[in-house]
Ligand binder design. Sequence first.
Ligand code: NAP
Ligand code: MG
Length: 506
Amino acid sequence: MASPQKTKKKTGAVAAPAPAPAPAPVPGRKLFEYAPAPESRAAAGEIASSNGHFIGGEFVGSSGKEALKTVDPSTEEVLAEFAQGTEEDVERAVKAARDAFGPWSALPGAERGKYLFRIARIIQERSRELAVLESIDNGKPIRETRDVDLPLVAAHFFYYAGWADKLEFASYGPDPKPVGVAAQVIPWNFPLLMLAWKIAPALATGNTVVLKPAETTPLTALRFAEICRQAGLPKGVVNIVTGDGRTGAALTAHPGVDKVAFTGSTEVGRAIARTLAGTRTRLSLELGGKAANIVFDDAPVDQAVEGIVDGIFFNQGHVCCAGSRLLVQESVHDEVMESLKRRMATLRVGDPLDKNTDVGAINSAAQLARIRELADAGEAEGAERWSPACELPSSGYWFAPTVFTNVSATHRVAREEIFGPVLSVLTFRTPEEAVAKANNTPYGLSAGIWTEKGSRILWMASKLRAGVVWSNTFNKFDPTSPFGGYKESGYGREGGRHGLEAYLDV
Ligand code: NAP
Ligand code: MG
């Protein structure tokens, strides 16, 4: 996409909507074509053509006959079949976790920590394999899996390994106890990272787990099961049951679990909350978002534009805390938009395994359909749509980076989570108006502020109803920092000392 070409339609190609002309390139700046720099697909190791669950330390078949397929969303090639977990499979996994809970929770924290340190080191050693496998199964660029997902996954295990023998100092009392068996259900946007966010704190605090990965991205969770075996983790401490939403529903409703941790859509989160209402099962929910990324007139524009691009095009916009609503101070709107469009024209969309790729494939046909529906609604409601000229591959699921201007607060693209590479731009005049507009959402997961004034950052951060507020940066994650939402973005925190609380009986 480096040289703005005309959008070509190949057979089956997913073309960007008629692009408006890109802003004139900066005089004297030449955009070079890059030679492809493909990462080796073979680095992913062997992918078994058919997969069962990981229960009680063993790879086992399902009690049912139904199998699902996971595809490479950049090509639609079927990668593997895996089992649709039945109620009986869930039962077996919960029992294995229950049997393992007594001995695991009785281990001294330092011993549990050793297993977690070992897992963290193996993840580092096998990070290339895991990064390639994640890119193939999910569609996200190798540059991100290699430089963001995998380092953060290892960092989470290292961080919580460090807590395992220090729980008495975490300010939850002198001898905080684990909750028991945790049922954990995760989405497809950061498969291994969400697994790490769930499993590392649960194990460090002495719980055992049954985890269900998303149906479009089960492969790295199954590979993680191998790592548990490699680390000599006692049997039954980690159990992985694959399947779709039916398996998730059976697991989260199982009366034998003490704690449910869910990351996913607000709709499913609500359903789980209804199921668990009135039971003694504890629940934490990490749900959707519609974050405001707020740019003031004193912000350094080039830096802000990088933050805007990172905020919404990182991971194809499949990010719950994505900066999907850009709020720009009116006086710098035109300057910011011109700079943003110029930057968007340099984004490379394509093969996730090419190390030059900035934006990979959309994770599934269903997600692509949802993004298209909402983008079409944006146009129909009168917002102005723009994408850089961009040739998309002829097979697989693709959506060109898109920005909507002239957006009003009532438009669907300003209210609903699109979970794709689509940015909606609104304007404001005063900081008070920026706060009011940013908070005008049912969600409250994250926000960004771009300004030179420290006092304004502090004032804004205290007014914004969002779990995370970034200043002069966006989408920065760290295992030491708590993450979670207000309002319909859920409750409970993951990461940091706060992340221990969800798994302690306090
Ligand atoms: P989803 O449909 O809610 O799915 C999340 C997980 O729940 C998947 O494993 C899914 O299985 C499973 N599931 C589906 N129906 C279920 C049910 N009735 N009971 C129990 N589990 C069920 O969400 P998604 O579309 O995969 O993910 C995107 C959403 O996740 C977005 O809204 C995003 O904002 C949110 N998200 C939030 C965070 C955060 O930290 N706050 C992080 C990432 C994503 P299947 O895969 O088989 O459908
Ligand atoms: Mg897949």
